[in-house]
Ligand binder design. Structure first.
Ligand SMILES: Cc1cc2nc3c(=O)[nH]c(=O)nc-3n(C[C@H](O)[C@H](O)[C@H](O)COP(=O)(O)OP(=O)(O)OC[C@H]3O[C@@H](n4cnc5c(N)ncnc54)[C@H](O)[C@@H]3O)c2cc1C
Length: 338
């Protein structure tokens, strides 16, 4: 029997769940309330696949669930992931912050001026000390979402944009709700954590990997997107508002970018946006069930990092559950036929 699964939401959770289910033979339809992939929290992400750096503020579970993510993405969309590590630096006056960061993370090497210059020639002489997380990776979230949608279309997954309900007459054997912060009515523990970000463009600077500038007040990261574009992120504000970016946040993000390199002073500001991360009280994601719906939610600041592991768990739950129901039905049938 071919299993029919409805997936609600075409953010990173919904698309990875659809991919896991379709790869295992399910017939999947994805519904998305927006007209395109743009505008979800996933659309505004940095795309850092950084389990070890994230350990600074996250539980060990994030490292365990996230360490296979780069390989998963590379297999799903070959050529998408850049395996170049993460560089962490601090302004000279905050050099002590490097040691604090080091005590809370793992899998890095301590590096000095020469190594920083070798990794990122444009940052030569700007920082005396840093940490290099060689096993980390990054991707462009917008390319990842579009690439996954294209793979799914090729796998005969159906897409219905601009909809919150399945097409008339459609009947699913199972539903997986991946609607992010919009699921808060069904998941009362869920909250929004607002993240503001911007894109800068300059041909005066080149970076090969995400660079995190640690700072006691405004930690910031810059992720190169190629063609002179850089994503600068991100604020962490306890709010589910996706209103336009505030002046304070914009100033702080721009100041941090300028502190990393003054070439950003001449850069063009090509986008200023905000997204709302869905989070549970412990900031860890969950696969849960209510009646016939499985929810994949709470990916917080780790959507691209944790979605592959959560999607596998969700697919196991859907398939395991349906096979169980099938077995029950089969037992019923045997009784009836006896
Ligand atoms: C500024 C910023 C930077 C980030 N950087 C990173 C990073 O570097 N690395 C990382 O791993 N993570 C990062 N994240 C976190 C990551 O983006 C989130 O964890 C992730 O996007 C959550 O994905 P999701 O699919 O659960 O939710 P969403 O991306 O919000 O997707 C939910 C989708 O469901 C749709 N929907 C809602 N209601 C319905 C309905 N009733 N029917 C149908 N569709 C519906 C929505 O329109 C939306 O498209 C960042 C987030 C932000 C905001």
């Amino acid at each position: 029997m071919v299993l029919r699964v409805l997936v609600k939401g075409a953010g990173v959770a919904g698309l990875t769940v659809a991919y896991e289910l379709a790869s295992r033979g399910a017939k999947v339809v994805v519904i998305e309330r927006r007209p395109t992939l743009a505008g979800s929290a996933s659309w505004f992400a940095g795309g850092m696949l950084a389990p070890y750096c994230e350990r600074e503020n996250a539980e060990e579970a994030v490292v365990q669930l996230g360490r296979g993510a780069a390989t998963w993405w590379d297999k799903a969309i070959p050529g998408l992931v850049t395996f170049a590590g993460t560089l962490v630096v601090a302004p000279r006056r905050d050099a002590g912050e490097i040691s604090r960061f080091a005590t809370r993370t793992c899998n890095f090497s301590r590096i000095g001026r020469a190594e920083i210059a070798a990794l990122e020639p444009d940052l030569a002489d700007r920082f005396d000390a840093g940490l290099f997380f060689a096993e980390e990776a990054h991707l462009d979230p917008r390319q990842a979402l579009a690439g996954l949608r294209d793979r799914l279309v090729a796998m005969e997954v159906g897409f219905c944009f601009d909809r919150t309900e399945p097409p008339p007459g459609y009947r699913a054997d199972a539903t997986v709700d991946c609607s992010g912060v919009a699921a808060a009515d069904d998941l009362p523990d869920l909250r929004g954590v607002r993240g503001e970000m911007l894109y800068l463009q300059t041909s005066e600077l080149s970076l090969s990997r995400p660079v995190r500038l640690i700072h006691p007040r405004i930690p910031v990261y810059i992720v190169p997107r190629g063609d002179g574009r850089f994503m600068v992120g991100a604020t962490m504000i306890e709010s589910d508002s996706d209103a336009p970016v505030t002046v304070r946040s914009l100033m702080e993000l721009l100041n941090a970018a300028y502190a990393l390199h003054p070439a950003f002073g001449e850069a063009r500001v090509v986008e200023v946006s905000s997204g709302v991360r869905p989070a549970y009280p412990d900031n860890l994601p969950r696969v849960t069930r209510q009646a016939d719906t499985i929810f994949v939610n709470g990916l917080y600041r780790h959507g691209f990092l944790l979605a592959p592991a959560l999607a596998r768990q969700a697919a196991d739950a859907v398939l395991g559950d349906v096979f169980m129901k099938e077995e029950v039905n089969e037992t019923d049938r045997q009784w009836r036929d006896a």
